[in-house]
Design a protein around this ligand. Structure first.
Ligand SMILES: *Cc1c(COP(=O)(O)O)cnc(C)c1O
Length: 423
């Protein structure tokens, strides 16, 4: 559910007409609904309410805007970060350090130092080399790193290959059969306190079965670790629950279905006592809370099809180009009837296409359109290809609106380059 609705013939973000935002700040621009973000944070936490003190750490990579993080922090969420930059954003947003988890397969020494210095809750370690380095960094600084071992449960998440992370051939995590030895090693290293295990098998999951299989394996691992005399007090179950992009497809499992599955499976763990569960949803919280608002630059009758050229492009929203995935596209002021159109951006790449032969309301030059479900992995994946300035972001809350990131100016974009004085 989201708060982008047609009222009196035009689309609103909560109580603000999208046309007013386009008028005020120009296009393309991402528009987020605070009400939708809050709702998703509450629905997810509600779905886990049968669990004891779960920690929900928002996957910052889905939408790292500091205003968005602040709002989610106010809803009680923590942050799952994968770089020092994301950690600093979470801290700048006022998310307490003891709700921050540092994930990622390639943490550098300076990132480890920064995490220890900030006193975050936990680092999820993904390899033996990383564990040894973290121990050295922690010992050097006289601090202790609480760690969870991220394991690779070798399950097929049945999602897009590029966002599948829990198969043996993926780069993520430690093979399950090596986890016990490495956990024991972690428990013996200076500067390290091994507190738990973690898994994250992929993103945009529409099937709970692979998650359930992974969670069962985690439960069995916890029992083996404890049987070996090791201490385990946290299990991080990752993120990954899918969201509906295409309204014509059957919906994904609901947060409530997911929460019930987690409760059932973890209750059946051989040794569940004293384990705090952690979660890292990203897309589920932010995806439907944002749209990319864009204007039709021109309509072009090609030899084979009709092209609608937007002022947004693959550099602003790369998901369709990168993954070949569907985003619903709606006119801000829909006209009656439907025509077939191919929706593209102005970038000089054939892959700069948002929709191919899509049946939608007739669009004309100057019309506003909303690319739906763009609140996660949207602005954060934007770039400046074709020297297009970084896209802006607006947050709407009821009838209030604020620019939470101005669109980069061409002056700012050009000022990043340096010309050596010997040229
Ligand atoms: C990307 C990622 C997430 C969030 O995934 P979603 O599909 O957005 O929920 C959570 N944890 C880790 C480790 C990730 O890399």
């Amino acid at each position: 559910m989201d708060h982008f609705e047609i009222r009196g013939g035009e689309m609103f973000a909560e109580d603000v007409p999208l046309s007013a935002i386009a008028e005020a700040v120009g296009t393309p621009v991402y528009v987020y609904s605070a009400g939708t973000l809050r709702r998703h944070a509450r629905v997810f936490q509600q779905a886990l309410s049968a669990l004891d003190r779960p920690l929900v750490a928002f996957a910052v990579k889905a939408n790292p805007n500091i205003a968005v993080l602040k709002l989610l922090g106010q809803e009680g969420l923590g942050a799952d970060v994968v770089s020092e930059g994301e950690m600093r954003r979470a801290l700048a947003a006022g998310i307490p350090a003891d709700r921050i988890v540092f994930s990622g397969v390639g943490k550098t020494d300076p990132e480890m130092e920064a995490a220890l210095e900030a006193g975050i809750l936990q680092l999820n370690v993904e390899s033996e080399g990383e564990l040894e380095r973290l121990s050295a960094v922690a010992a050097r600084s006289g601090r202790t790193a609480e760690i969870a071992l991220r394991v690779n449960p070798d399950v097929d998440a049945r999602t897009l290959a590029k966002i599948s992370t829990g198969k043996a051939e993926n780069k993520f995590g430690i093979p399950l059969d090596r986890a016990e030895a490495l956990y024991a090693r972690a428990a013996s290293l200076p500067g390290i306190r091994a507190v738990g295990v973690a898994a994250h098998i992929g993103s945009q999951l529409f099937d709970l079965a692979p998650l359930e299989a992974a969670y069962r394996k985690l439960g069995e691992l916890v029992a083996r670790l404890r049987a070996a005399g090791l201490t385990v007090s946290r299990v991080d179950l990752g993120g990954g629950l899918g969201i509906p992009y295409d309204p014509a497809l059957p919906p994904p499992p609901s947060p409530a279905d997911y929460g019930a599955m987690v409760k059932r499976v973890t209750d059946e763990w051989p040794d569940r006592a004293g384990i705090r569960l952690m979660f890292e949803p990203g897309r589920l919280i932010a995806g439907n809370a944002g749209v990319l608002l864009s204007r039709v630059v021109t309509v072009k009758e090609g030899a084979a099809r009709r092209f609608v050229v937007l002022d947004a492009a693959m550099n602003d929203l790369i998901r369709p180009t990168l993954y070949g995935v569907y985003h619903d596209i709606r006119a801000v002021r829909p006209r009656p009837g439907e025509t077939l159109a191919t929706i593209v951006g102005p970038v000089c790449e054939t892959g700069d296409m948002f929709a191919e032969d899509r049946r939608l309301t007739p669009l004309q030059e100057g019309d506003l359109v909303a690319l739906m479900t763009a609140g996660a992995y949207g602005a954060t994946m934007a770039g400046t290809y074709n020297s297009r300035p970084l896209v802006g972001e607006v947050l709407v809350d009821g009838s209030r609106q604020a620019v939470i990131r101005p669109r980069q100016t061409l002056e700012e974009l050009l000022a990043l380059d340096r010309v050596p004085d010997w040229l």
